[in-house]
Structures are given as C-alpha cells and as structure tokens.
Design a protein around this ligand. Sequence first.
Ligand SMILES: [Ca+2]
Ligand SMILES: [Ca+2]
Length: 234
Amino acid sequence: MKAAALQKSPDYIQKSTFVEDFIYNDRIEVFFDKTFTISGKSNTVRSILILARIDTAKSEFKIIEESDLPSKKYLKKQDKTISNDADFNGDGKKEYAEIIAPKIIEEEMNCANGDCITEIKFSDNSIKNIEINNCIGGMLELEGDLNNDGAEEIGILDDWFTSRWGRYIVYTNKNSTWQVLTTLSVDRFTVMDDAKLRSSLVRKIGKNKVEISNYIWNDEQADMIIKKSIITIP
Ligand SMILES: [Ca+2]
Ligand SMILES: [Ca+2]
C-alpha cells in the first residue's frame, strides 16, 4: 500500500517526535522519529529535515531535504581512506595518512562508542592523530604545502549518515599540533564522485593565499551552487 492510501485509512495515525537538531552556519538538521500506527501496529523510522539558510541577513530558512533514514547514499565510496605519501610534519621524510572510522550502528544513526569521532592516523607515529567530531569516515585529499612552511596540508571530506551537505576540512601541522586551516561546506555526493572537483576545492593562488569553493544554496536554481572566494592563511 502506498503512503497516500494509508493516510486515507481511518485507523492510520502518524506521530512525529523531535529527537535532536544540529545548527550549522548554512543549515539546520532536525532529526525526528516518525511513528506510523496502522490497525494498532506501530513502526518507527528516524527521519531528517534539512533547512538551508537562504538569507543570512534575515536568517530565513527553507526546507531542502526531508527523508527517512538512514540514507543509503553514504559510504558509497570507500577509496581514498589511505593517502599517498607526503611530508605532513615538515621533517623531510614522507609518510602516509589513514582514516580510522568509528563503528556505526546504522539503524540508530549512531556510533558504537557514543561519539562519532573519526581519526586520521599517520604512518609516522610521532605525528599526533587528527580527530574529527560528528564524522563517520570520509576521503583524504593531499593539498601540498599551502602556507610555505615545508609541511604539507591534508584535507578530509567528511562522511555522515545523512544529507548532501558535508564538510571538507583542511588541517595544517603547526608546532606538532593540528589546526584547522579552513572548513568548507560542500555537496558531499557530488564531491565524493568527482576527484577533479575534490582537488579543486582548495587552490593555492599565491603566497599564503588560497581560493576556496563553498557550496551555497541557490533559491532560483533550487540547488547548491559553488561560490568561490579567496582567503589568506597563516
Ligand atoms: Ca614527515
Ligand atoms: Ca604547510
């Protein structure tokens, strides 16, 4: 039976219960449980509502995605979890990086250890791991030496249970500590599928100057579009 047909049935009841929400600069993700009751039998599915900020000044939002979870689109690409060799700490020796993803419980959209923390681990054990919160794996990208300090920067396209909206985070190693150089908002599915696009998200254009590509919601096109900007990095 189709949902529409079910809804006409007199003993069909649907209830939504708020679970939690995450507020980002460009969007709000609201998680809720939908409980369907038909002839006394109940079934609950976790759902998501994504509201994109369409006007930063007026803080107007618009629903751009509504779906039952989990989305099957995530984790579709398992490559790029080990990087090619690069010198991430600037000691003149090359090492590689590897993604250590948390164990996930798919039905609950949660991680076995509670917090969903992904780590980037280096083959040179003297380099600290990078920890990324609210992340269940992803793809690594080498950025080269963006700020001319002799150490190469590393980026990760984060993976999550839901949503096209993802983060591309670039880290830099300063005095043996990892710092976020920039965090971009990206169309995760498009970027995951396109290596060329991934490598063009952050582009060195001069000494300590990089061009970054953020995805923003465009109301006219009813889609996400790329907005390029130039930032100065330390
Ligand atoms: Ca090294
Ligand atoms: Ca560097």
